[in-house]
Write a protein that binds this ligand. Structure first.
Ligand code: NI
Ligand code: MN
Length: 228
């Protein structure tokens, strides 16, 4: 009974939940931090936080090839269906659902969510997953907000937070987020992909360790760890 977390660089994650593959925000093609070829990625589920290209560039081709169930907001779900992938479960902010793999809820994220052509991609989200008796919060692209403390009340095993600044919260606000969330383990993502979001993750993790009771895991792109 374990959850293996792999970071492919930027905001792209794979969770292996007892052999079930959960892909989050698939961005392999054009992702400078990533060595994985989108053509070889396995997926039983694909979670998409918002419609920006750096979060769903490869979502449609991987969904079509694997037949994965796409879990995302109503608007992105409609776009997937209109573009030929009908295995979609649409949810929205604050709403959770018991999927075969576990309970998955969409959380608030303060950001944008337009598609590349400018069309509307609904409200951006994060995800709160309760899988294999582990509670995992994936913040998505967001500013810090004090209601993260409410998410923390569920008791988190892992919180995955953007630290890149510029497009999302930066290191100082992500430290504040860690204080609201009180997760057992915190992991940074959405940084070092491009110059505007370059950050020193070691300094940040030392600060989180000294100012919170959370453990910090820093992965290299394509690195993994097991949550058990
Ligand atoms: Ni974005
Ligand atoms: Mn982004």
């Amino acid at each position: 009974m374990t959850v293996k977390v792999t970071w492919h660089g930027h905001a792209t994650l794979s969770l292996d939940v007892n052999g079930q593959k959960v892909l989050v925000d698939p961005f392999f093609s054009g992702n400078p931090a990533c060595k994985t070829n989108a053509d070889n990625v396995e997926a039983d589920y694909i979670l998409i936080t918002h419609a920006h290209g750096d979060h769903m560039a490869d979502a449609l081709p991987i969904a079509k090839r694997t037949g994965a169930l796409v879990i995302t907001n109503f608007e992105i779900g409609n776009w997937m269906i209109a573009n030929g992938h009908s295995n979609v479960h649409q949810q929205h902010i604050g709403g959770g659902y018991y999927h075969p793999i576990g309970y998955i809820k969409l959380t608030i994220a303060f950001h944008g969510s337009s598609f590349n052509d400018g069309s509307y991609g609904g409200m951006p989200s994060g995800f709160l997953l309760n899988v294999d008796e582990k509670r995992i919060y994936i913040a998505g692209d967001t500013a810090v907000y004090s209601d993260m403390a409410l998410i923390g009340r569920y008791g988190l095993d892992l919180a995955i937070l953007p630290i890149g600044d510029n497009f999302t919260m930066g290191p100082d606000d992500a430290l504040l987020a860690a204080k609201f969330l009180k997760a057992k383990t915190v992991m940074p993502y959405h940084y070092n992909t491009w110059p505007p979001i370059e950050q020193d993750c070691q300094t940040w993790s030392a600060q989180v360790r000294s100012e919170t009771s959370s453990n910090v895991i820093v992965l290299d792109p394509e690195g993994s760890f097991t949550l058990d």
